[in-house]
Write a protein that binds this ligand. Structure first.
Ligand SMILES: [Fe+2]
Ligand SMILES: [Fe+2]
Length: 288
């Protein structure tokens, strides 16, 4: 029998590309009060066999829009207070500008962030995050990322919450396209580039564009993850890893270990909300 379907040969780099979400049954310190699918936890990248075996970057991705009315009721708890041993975390608050608000605690302080913003959480700092306000039809979400392939937690320290802002230095508000780097937060161990089309108005064309990065390589030991996020067809990423090509739409991700030559080109679809995140597990974005 002749197979009419064209079969793509498995290439050397297919193992680095993941399409769709891995719904995880439980996550330490995460409790949901609402039903499926939000009683499970959406993981885009981790170092397990089911994602990219050995990946050094873990990324959680909760994206919502008016198609998810349950979230608008604000019954969702993203993460209760906890700490991470020996690893740093970065929270990325993404989507339509100011369309929703999250409350982050960092040791004894409380911060309110709206998109696009980020919080760097050094290892050992007690922290939590929860949504507290959604605008009508808000579209956006949260990416939480840690600099190893898995999400290890330890219990929180107890503090009295206070109003002073000693940890404000760990927060980046409304600065794009670089949401996190050593330049912005001295202790940061992640570099985050963010390019997002945030209008869903098909008449407005300002943000429709194509973006290209030329072929480059990161040094050994510096790993990059690219997350393709947002509404289904909002952005298309054409990716080349050495001589293999991939096409990705949300939600999907690619892990690029240091030493692998790569090139990106992406385009936004008018009227759809979504974009690209590049996360590097060092505070700089070094090319060789
Ligand atoms: Fe955490
Ligand atoms: Fe890169």
């Amino acid at each position: 029998m002749i197979l009419l379907m064209e079969m793509k040969e498995m290439g050397k780099f297919d193992k680095y590309v993941v399409k769709g979400i891995k719904w995880q049954k439980s996550l330490p310190y995460h409790v949901s009060k609402i039903g499926p699918p939000f009683n499970k936890w959406p993981i885009l990248m981790d170092g397990s066999e089911k994602r990219v075996s050995g990946a050094r970057i873990w990324a959680y991705y909760m994206f919502f829009n008016d198609a998810n009315p349950g979230l608008a009721k604000m019954q969702l708890k993203w993460a209760d207070r906890h700490r991470h041993p020996d690893i740093d975390e970065t929270y990325l608050v993404l989507g339509q500008r100011d369309s929703f608000k999250v409350e982050i605690t960092l040791d004894e302080e409380v911060f309110h962030l709206t998109p696009p913003s980020a919080a760097f959480i050094p290892s050992g700092f007690t922290h939590s995050i929860k949504p507290i306000e959604f605008g009508e039809g808000a579209t956006g979400g949260l990416v939480a990322t840690v600099t190893n392939g898995e999400y290890l937690c330890i219990p929180p320290n107890e503090f009295d919450m206070k109003e002073t802002r000693e940890n404000e230095a760990f927060i980046v508000r409304h600065e794009t396209p670089i949401l996190m780097s050593k330049e912005k937060v001295e202790r940061a161990t992640m570099h985050v580039f963010y390019d997002f089309n945030e209008t869903n108005d098909p008449v407005i064309d300002e943000r429709q564009k194509e973006m290209i990065t030329n072929r480059h390589v990161h040094p050994e030991g510096m790993n990059e993850v690219i997350l393709v996020i947002g509404q289904g067809s909002s952005v298309t990423l054409e990716l080349t890893l050495e001589n293999e090509q991939f096409q990705l739409t949300p939600p999907s991700a690619v892990y690029i270990p240091g030493g692998i030559e790569h090139e990106l080109q992406y385009s936004f679809k008018k009227g759809k909300v979504g974009g690209i995140l590049s996360i590097c597990d060092k505070g700089d974005y070094l090319k060789i």
